[in-house]
Design a protein around this ligand. Sequence first.
Ligand code: HQG
Length: 183
Amino acid sequence: MTRPEDTSKFIAYVLRHAPESIGLRLDAQGWAGIDALVAGAVAAGRVLTAAEVAQAVDSGTKKRYELSADGLRIRALQGHSTPQVNRSFEPVEPPPILFHGTATRFLASIRARGLLPGSRQHVHLSADEATAVQVGQRHGKAHVLKVEAGRMQALGHVFHRAENGVWLTAAVPPEFLLLLPPG
Ligand code: HQG
């Protein structure tokens, strides 16, 4: 029996990073047919049903996915690295401060280069510190940075907010990072 969280992670991997791994094609806004997702997964040897996909959308505290109004299609809301997707997000005015959770082992590089999106299309930020702690713990010993989002925006940096509340921006130069310990 596959655990729902494993199913959600599998769907996240396919819809954000590797649709081609199951022969799936996403449109530029990230949408895939649920039937095509299920058929591709099954053809690749994975046990997956449309009911499990629906459960993955509804379950968990992380709103990773969205269903189309007709219920036939699914997409990941953010976090993409696949070049198939180029979601258009509206610019949104951020709060003065946003948070980014990282791991202590990345701090020297972040001090030198700021926050970079890595393989993803954006740097991910949160409005609350608790979320940032959880995100950072995924990578090791968590360290939370404060980002001067208001000052960045005033200087021309653009922010977006995905439907699940995750804040996105292209990159954060080091001068906008607070709580960055000296090297
Ligand atoms: C770090 C999860 C070295 C960055 C979460 C992070 C999130 C640098 C790691 C979403 C760096 C990238 C995204 C630099 C940034 N030098 N390291 N210059 N700049 N980093 O996983 O933000 O469970 O790609 O601090 O909830 O951790 O997938 O990004 O530690 O919203 O739904 O490089 O993933 O959601 O790691 O997490 P990631 P993230 P899901």
